[in-house]
Each structure stands twice: as C-alpha cells, then as structure tokens.
Design a protein around this ligand. Sequence first.
Ligand code: MN
Length: 311
Amino acid sequence: MVRWFVGWLVCQRGFLHRADGYSTIELTNYPTNQPSNDQTLHMYILVTNDDGVTAPGLLALKRALQTLGNVIVVAPDRNWTASGHTKTMHKPLRVDQTTLRDGSPAYTTDGAPSDCVALVMLGLLPEKPALVVSGINPGSNLAHDLTYSGTVAAAMEGAINNVPSMAISVDGKNRDQIDFAPTAEFAVRLAQRMLTNGLPQDTFLNVNVPEIPLEQMRGVRITRLGKRIYRDALVERQDPTGKSYYWIGGEPPSGVIEEEGTDVWAVAHHFVSITPVHMDLTSHALIAPLKAWEDEIQLSSPASVVSRTDH
Ligand code: MN
C-alpha cells in the first residue's frame, strides 16, 4: 500500500517528453492498481468509456477487472455518449491525471473515447494493453446503435490496433439507478477468456447485459445484430432573438424483439448478448447483384483500365 502510494505521488509529475515530440509516461510511474517497482509495464487492461471518467459504470468495471491484473483507466473528461468513432485532428489533446472515487489514479483526456484508445496505442503508455474494455455503458448498445455509440467506437479503435477489445453495456431503464455489479462480474469472466484466447484480427465483441441479478439471467447467447426502431422526434424551439433551433428528442428506441438470435432478442429475453463484430462493413451479399450495374455505370474512357494493366 505504501509503495503504491509513493508510486502514485511520483506519478503526479510523471510525463516525460520524448525527442520525437510525443509525451510518454515514465515506466515506473504509470498509475495502476498494483504496487510495482518494475522497470517494465507488464500486462495491463485498458479501461475506457464514453460517459466520462466520473461515471459509476467505469468505476465498477475497473474495480472488477483489477482482480485479473493491472488496470489502467484512460477516459474522457466529459460525456461523449452517441459521439460515434471520432479521430480528433483539428485540435491538440490534453491528458491529465485524476483520481477515481475509490482513490485510485486514472488518466483523463479532452478527447473522445476512441481518442483515449488511440493515445495509448500511439505511445502515451510505453506498451500496448493486452485487452481494451469499454464501458460499462448505462443503456444498451444494440443493432444500429453501434454506428452511434462512443462505447463501441473505443472497442473499434482497439480492434484497429490489433488488441482484443470489447464494449460492454447494461440494458438499464433508469440510468441513475443502475446496479452495475452483475455486468461487471460478467465482464471479468469474458475478459479472462479473451486474455487466454485472443480474438481474430479486425474483430471485437459487443456485449449487452440485462439489468437483473446474474442468477436470474437465462444464460449467454452469441448473437447477430438485430434491428433497432428509433423513435426520435425533432423538437423545434426559438431562441431569445426569435431564431429557430432544434433538439433531436423523442422516446428511447425500441427494437424488433421477435427475431430470435439477434442481440435485441437476447437482451429482451434476459440473455447476456455477445455479438462478434467485424470491421469489414462490406455487404458481401450485395456484391453479386451490383455487378449487373457495372456495364451501365462504367467509366466511358477505357484509359483507367489501360493504366491499371500497365502497372
Ligand atoms: Mn454512454
């Protein structure tokens, strides 16, 4: 405990500037939950989220995963829910050290969830993590939600960098009163398996857990993405000068719960849903039918064909 505390004190001034302009963190000073005087950063799990570094779901996840080993938290300094897959290129990114509510150290950035993962992969920490876990998001990320979700985007960034990654969400209805414990417990079981088995390239796992005690869950299902039904509504109001502004409001989304085997079906029927997601967004089924369009929309000049065969 004392060694850990000294380490944490030292890491208050832990940033070093590298000759190439990047900042990295002194090997001995990285803030993990484990006391260590080692010169190398051993296996660690990177935890991030899209709700911000103060979110209770993040803390529950971090505390559960640290039973497996070192956990390092790098999370946004604010809520980025529904921010999608962001790469911040138009402004600098700041990284600060902070303390979670349990007193443990963490890093926080003014970037998006995917930026947090990218920062680590590009050298903020001296080694890549063994696993990226993003969550626990208060609210499910199902079906088309994957295209909006910042939680999922962080896992995508992990997959792009060839690190086994998962996004994990709990299907809570009342976001202020969610019990994250069962989901955190399940995250540990799955993380253990991922650390042992890894994942194929360009894939990650999207996990959704019903908000009920573990013993009441009906089991785990490997699923495919289902269909969301969005109930968004455009709300138009006027600012004090009389100019209109808009909110995207409406009811929370529902989904097609009858389609067995989907993530939407699984969670609605009290199963834990694990969807393996591939970064290849190609519609393979549409390639053959679209071939019929090729002649019709072909470029008129054959030059492009000639230049390609000339290479
Ligand atoms: Mn969120």
